[in-house]
Structures are given as structure tokens and as C-alpha cells.
Design a protein around this ligand. Structure first.
Ligand code: SAH
Ligand code: SF4
Length: 458
């Protein structure tokens, strides 16, 4: 590893970051932007004029993997320095640099802090700079914290991602994450509190705790603090809105469900990936719960929220269609479960075979058209479900945390409700949308669509 770059070494250069995949990558992107800014680089207006193009990559599905390689290949004649990080950087390392000689930097998921130094090294030596700390080595290191050496440039001043753990120990049969991101490692309890305190003091009003399975937070720490304890402690931190992602249903404990009722800052929204509604397929996926258990958890969270006056809990989920061996009856079980929960949102994926995972060796003979047809039916049901969910907000007041003007219309404010739904409201006459950024106000809802609510600011 070469030493950290001196201050302002990147001044005069511009950068552009392209982010794929999950919220962890969004969070890592904010760290990369923070470091590049701190060294004097500026955001480029577009990818075309940028001196540095950084890809934060994902390899969960094959399509994302191929798209990344295609996009990087298309920069063959670009003068920009191309840096590849995230899961593909971690997985392919030097091999990627060898395959694509125009790539200047490859950095692993544990090497974000080295990026500026790697960029300078590549510029100076005119050779690719590659730095990957293996997951095994990373397990011995301290949890990476943010701070002066590791500044973060938040997309919104009032919202922060807070990765409280990295890695995953679950080995779901279809998933590459545990192989790429390594074993679970939690940020020490006191550090999470300290970090939260700093964010609150900095004007952050909403925090989303991140991890592949936040429910197993703390199992690797001395004294084994539990996730629910962390939620209660953060409830005292002064943060106004608290969310977390992702939760594995097998580890969602009763005490965490109770926290929804007892921690006022914990928003009535839960992303709980179900993956499938068939118990037979759930077992083959190594998910270790049944659809019945899943529905019990949903009912538990609804009851805990209701007792605390938090009505209308927004449940969201991930669903995989076409896992090897999925029959029409299995798929119908998924449809039945989706109808029973009434999800506010669901991310739907067609199964993608990933080399090295247990599912890769299963017989996978369902015709592509059959899977596509199931997928289309599911998407339609999910959209109906989101529309139905939103109807219950008509003529009610939704407390909205505003982001500023909507991307499509300067005269329309956009923000988020407690369930994380998008809320629009016309900008009052004579007001500037920027005045609303980071402010909270109730909106009386008069229109409820599939993906947004609209009403008047009160
Ligand atoms: N740790 C999180 C998210 C993991 S990846 C969790 O367990 O919920 C995000 C989503 O991608 C998963 O929930 C799953 O629905 C989907 N996914 C993962 N591997 C996949 C594969 N091989 N094919 C299709 N979808 C996949
Ligand atoms: Fe993948 Fe399962 Fe871990 Fe989520 S919990 S990252 S789906 S192995």
C-alpha cells in the first residue's frame, strides 16, 4: 500500500461516479465522493468531460455483471482514468486490470480509503494500480469508520446511510454476496452511537442503518450486543427518523418487532425480503423460514406499530422468480403471499445463476418464456398492491421530509413520508424549493398513485 495522498493533490481534476446495486454501494459512493472532494477534485457535469470515472459495481446478478464489463469496455478510447470498485473490483481484482488494459485503478470493497492514492499512483506510473484486501485479511482489521480521514459527501444533508456491519454469513443457495463480501463484521456499539451523535449534531434528521442482515448485528462483537438494543439506544440519540435495511426474516426477533412500538423514531416501514412464497423452494434456497412464519412476522410488526399509533406500515420485499425447480404451484404460493401482505413495494428479480453458489449445480429446466410470463404476472400484482397500499392515505395528513423540487417539475416539492413513500406537493407561491430541503411538514393527500402521493402542504 502506498501512503495516503497529500491534501489538494487532485485539485483541477473532475470526477464522475457510476453506482450499481444496493444501498451499501450508494453509501460507499458517498465516501468516495467525500474523499475526492477533500483532495480538491470536483464533480464533472457528465461522464464525458470527467478526468476520473469511478464505477461502484455489483455482481449479484449476471446482467449487472455484463453491463459493467460492457460499459467499461466502451471507455477504451477515453482519456479519463477509469477506476473500478465495489463487488466486481473485489472479486476480479488484477484479472480485471489484465483483461482491460485501459482500466487505471481496481480497488476492493475494503480499500475505499486508498482510492485517491491509487489514482495518483496510476497517473504517475502509467500502470494500473490494484489494491484488494482479501476478506480474510479484512476480518482482522478494525471496522472502517468515517471521520476526518474518511470524509463522506452525503447526497442529502439531512439523510445519512450508516453501515453498521459488512459481509454476510447466510449462504442463501442462489447468492454470491457471502463469497464476495466475506464474513459478518459489526461496527462496535459505542462507535455506532458516537457516529450517530455526530450526524445528529450535523443536522441529519434521518438515518438508514445498513447491513446485509442487520438482525445479526453484534454477534461477532465482545458482549454480543443485540440489534434491538442498538435500536433502543439510537432512539435516545435525537435522530428523528430511523430506518434499517436489510432484515433476514429468520433473524427478526420478537424484541426487534417490539422496538417498532417502543422507539418513536423507528419509522413504520420494513424491508423484509421474502424471496418466494413456496416453503419447498424456500428450503431449497436455504432461507430457513416458512411462508407462514413470514406472515406471522408481518402481523407482529403491524400489531406493534398499531399499538404505538403508527398506522399503515409500509412493507417492502425482494422476490426471485424462476429459482431452479420452481413449479406453477410454487409460483402461485408466491402470488398468494404477495396478496396476503399487501406490499407497498417489491423488488422483483428473475433468478440468475451464479457460478460457485450451491444453486448453480441444481437442474434448471423451466423454459425462459414460462419464467418471463410468471415474472410479468408478479410485476402486475406488485403494482396493484402498491396502488392499493397508497389508497389508504387519501384525505389523510402525511408528515413529509422534503428533499426540494421534484426532478421533473420545479414547481412541485418532493419528499418522503414515514413509510418512505414519495410525496409531492405544489410549491407555495413565492416560495423557493430550496427553503424546503430538509424541512418536515404535513401534506393533505388528494391523489394516490402507484408510486407516489400528492396533496397540499399544510
Ligand atoms: N442481504 C440482502 C440483499 C441481498 S442482494 C438480503 O438478503 O435481503 C438483493 C436481492 O437480490 C436479494 O434479496 C435477492 O432477491 C436478489 N438476488 C440475490 N441473488 C440473486 C440471484 N442469483 N438471482 C436473482 N436475484 C438474486
Ligand atoms: Fe445473499 Fe442471503 Fe446474505 Fe442476503 S442474506 S446477502 S440473500 S446470502
Amino acid at each position: 500500500m502506498i501512503p495516503g495522498a497529500p491534501i489538494n493533490q487532485l485539485s483541477g481534476s473532475s470526477y464522475h461516479i457510476i453506482t450499481f446495486g444496493c444501498q451499501m454501494n450508494k453509501s460507499d459512493t458517498e465516501r468516495v465522493a467525500g474523499m475526492l472532494d477533500a483532495l480538491g477534485a470536483e464533480v464533472a457535469a457528465s461522464q464525458d468531460g470527467a478526468d476520473i470515472i469511478v464505477f461502484m459495481t455489483c455482481c449479484v446478478r449476471e446482467a449487472a455483471d455484463e453491463r459493467l464489463y460492457g460499459q467499461v469496455a466502451s471507455l477504451k478510447n477515453s482519456k479519463a482514468l477509469v477506476a473500478v470498485g465495489g463487488c466486481i473490483g473485489q472479486r476480479d481484482g488484477a484479472e480485471l486490470a489484465a483483461k482491460m488494459p485501459h482500466v487505471g485503478v481496481v480497488f476492493g470493497t475494503h480499500n475505499i480509503a486508498s482510492l485517491p492514492a491509487l489514482i495518483l499512483e496510476a497517473w504517475e506510473t502509467k500502470k494500473p494500480a490494484v489494491e484488494i484486501i482479501s476478506n480474510k485479511e479484512a476480518a482482522e482489521l478494525e471496522y472502517p469508520v468515517t471521520g476526518a480521514d474518511n470524509p463522506v459527501k452525503r447526497e442529502h444533508a439531512w439523510h445519512a446511510w450508516l453501515p453498521i456491519m459488512t459481509g454476510c454469513n447466510n449462504y442463501c443457495a442462489y447468492c454470491v454476496v457471502p463469497y464476495v463480501r466475506g464474513r459478518e463484521k459489526s461496527m462496535p456499539f459505542e462507535e455506532v452511537l458516537e457516529e450517530t451523535g455526530k450526524l445528529v449534531a450535523d443536522g441529519v434528521r434521518e438515518i438508514t442503518l445498513l447491513g446485509q442482515n442487520v438482525n445479526s448485528y453484534g454477534r461477532d462483537l465482545y458482549g454480543q450486543p443485540r440489534f434491538a438494543e442498538l435500536l433502543y439506544a439510537l432512539g435516545e440519540s435525537g435522530i428523528e427518523r430511523l430506518r434499517f435495511a436489510t432484515s433476514h426474516p429468520k433473524d427478526l426477533l420478537e424484541e426487534t418487532i417490539q422496538a417498532f412500538g417502543e422507539v418513536p423514531a423507528l419509522m413504520p416501514a420494513l424491508h423484509l425480503p421474502v424471496q418466494c412464497g413456496s416453503d419447498r423452494i424456500l428450503e431449497a434456497m436455504n432461507r430457513r423460514y416458512t411462508s407462514g412464519k413470514y406472515l406471522e412476522l408481518i402481523e407482529g410488526v403491524k400489531a406493534a406499530c398499531k399499538a404505538a399509533g403508527k398506522e399503515q406500515v409500509a412493507f417492502s420485499t425482494d422476490i426471485i422468480v424462476g429459482f431452479p425447480g420452481e413449479t406453477e404451484a410454487d409460483f402461485e404460493d408466491t402470488m398468494t403471499l404477495v396478496r396476503a401482505v399487501g406490499f407497498a413495494q417489491a423488488f422483483t428479480f428473475i433468478y440468475s445463476r451464479r457460478e460457485g453458489t450451491p444453486a448453480a449445480s441444481l437442474v434448471d429446466d423451466t423454459p425462459r418464456e414460462v419464467i418471463q410470463e410468471r415474472f410479468d404476472r408478479l410485476v402486475e400484482l406488485v403494482q396493484q398492491s402498491a396502488w392499493d397500499f397508497n389508497q389508504q392515505f387519501l384525505d389523510t395528513e402525511v408528515l413529509t421530509l422534503f428533499e426540494g423540487a421534484s426532478k421533473r417539475n420545479n414547481h412541485m416539492l418532493a419528499g418522503r413520508g414515514p413509510g418512505n413513500q414519495t410525496v409531492h406537493a405544489p410549491l407555495p407561491n413565492g416560495a423557493a424549493s430550496t427553503d424546503f430541503a430538509g424541512k418536515m411538514a404535513p401534506v393533505l393527500i388528494s391523489e394516490a398513485k402507484t408510486w407516489y402521493l400528492r396533496g397540499t402542504l399544510l
